[in-house]
Design a protein around this ligand. Structure first.
Ligand SMILES: Cc1ncc(COP(=O)(O)O)c(C=O)c1O
Length: 391
């Protein structure tokens, strides 16, 4: 079949914002309450109810939530925290921000998530916590991870930046969490507030500490000190951070949460269209889902090139897609290969073969609710055309 190039560029990601979100933001602007206030409190309550956790603390990013989780759990200098290199730098940077040392372990090559068997090999006397990442929206092997954590007395801070809507054993990630779970509401995420995040936990002490830490360490309820009934008096209990969410973000977040089923249904539909179109193609391997335990959130649709069947590499494949007006991304450049981590900790190429092999082969295709069926078809036709030309 003759290939026809798409007329305009298809971004790899776009947020899904309707008049409902816009009206809520305008109403918030008119309310006079722009900083952290009633909308943030409502969003926290609704989010906690949605995932099934006791406490939700709204913050300005998943990075903030990950950082605060470790500090509130008492992780600090001298401690080691195990995580995956197949993640965004935030998962590892925040371990360093807490004063601890990140220790990477390789992934399960089926899912891209941290391999519990590798975790066991890296546990030392200094190990205090694990930061598993629900990669692309696939749940980690939580049963194995929590068993290891229980055996060795480790804290678990789940990085759920990709995992709003992901289910593990029938329950949403964040349901009755044993440690903490951190979500991202960055512009590209399944629930987007521009920048934003949420820390959820069932541990009252951690929730209370987190609330204090995210507003400079101010004593509780300082957020409403300018309201009638609020008090101008506050104490700084610890030198904390300025990490709180504010009401304009929460206005977006509340409506995005109310629309989550609708947005997720479209994501699943698009992932299904890709699966159907690509199944059996020699040039690519499709995302594999542990269907027995997991419902995927389809934050990302990551294909893996079967390089042995292609005459081009991953970068050339991306260039060819770009040439055909299809935007893509790569999730992720392994963190251990970043210069900061090579220089500080001596990590090098070859340390995590499965992660590195994965990295050489992955491409994230466009996947977001506002894509039309024609957009999806343009991606499918472009991918097939490149495989035909180069296999
Ligand atoms: C796996 C993972 N963890 C953490 C983060 C950080 O999220 P945020 O930008 O909300 O700080 C991201 C962001 O892309 C991510 O992909």
């Amino acid at each position: 079949m003759l290939y026809t190039k798409r007329g305009h560029f298809l971004p790899y990601c776009l947020p899904d914002i309707t008049d409902w979100e816009i009206n809520e933001v305008v109403e918030t602007l008119k309310s006079g309450w722009l900083a952290k206030g009633p909308k943030t409190m409502q969003f926290e309550k609704e989010f906690a109810e949605y995932v099934g956790a006791k406490y939700a603390v709204a913050v300005n990013s998943a990075t903030a939530a990950l950082h605060i989780s470790l500090i509130a759990a008492g992780i600090g200098p001298g401690d080691e925290v195990i995580t995956t290199p197949m993640t965004f730098a935030a998962s590892a940077n925040t371990i360093i921000h807490a004063g601890a040392t990140p220790v990477f372990v390789d992934i399960d090559p089926m899912t891209g998530c941290i391999d519990p068997k590798e975790i066991i090999k890296k546990i030392t006397k200094k190990t205090k916590a694990i930061v598993p990442v629900h990669y692309a929206g696939q749940a980690c092997d939580l049963k194995a991870i929590y068993e290891i954590a229980d055996q060795h007395g480790l804290f678990v801070s789940e990085d759920a930046a990709h995992a709003i809507y992901t289910r593990y054993d029938g329950n949403l990630i964040g349901y009755k969490p044993k440690g903490t779970v951190s979500y991202s509401f960055y512009a590209t995420k399944n629930l987007a507030t521009g920048e934003g995040g949420m820390l959820v936990t069932d541990d009252e002490e951690i929730a209370n500490k987190a609330r204090v830490l995210i507003t400079h360490g101010m004593s509780k309820n300082a957020w409403n000190r300018y309201s009638k009934g609020g008090s101008w008096k506050y104490d700084i209990e610890v030198p904390g951070y300025k990490y709180n969410m504010f009401d304009l973000q929460a206005a977006l977040g509340k409506i995005q949460l109310a629309r989550i089923e609708e947005m997720q249904a479209r994501r699943a539909e698009i992932a299904g269209m890709y699966d159907k179109a690509f199944r059996g193609l020699k040039g690519i391997d499709l995302p594999e889902v542990h269907r027995a335990t997991t419902t995927h959130s389809w934050h990302l649709y990551v294909i893996k090139l079967a390089l042995e069947n292609l005459r081009i590499d991953r970068d050339q494949f991306i260039d060819e897609l770009n040439e055909r007006n299809i935007g893509t991304s790569v999730h992720f450049i392994p963190v251990h290969l970043m210069s900061a981590f090579r220089e500080r900790y001596g990590y090098k190429m070859g340390d995590f073969p499965k992660t590195e092999d994965w990295f050489e082969r992955i491409i994230s295709l466009p996947l977001y609710p506002t894509m039309s069926n024609e957009d999806v078809n343009d991606v499918i036709v472009a991918v097939k055309d490149i495989i035909n030309l180069h296999s």
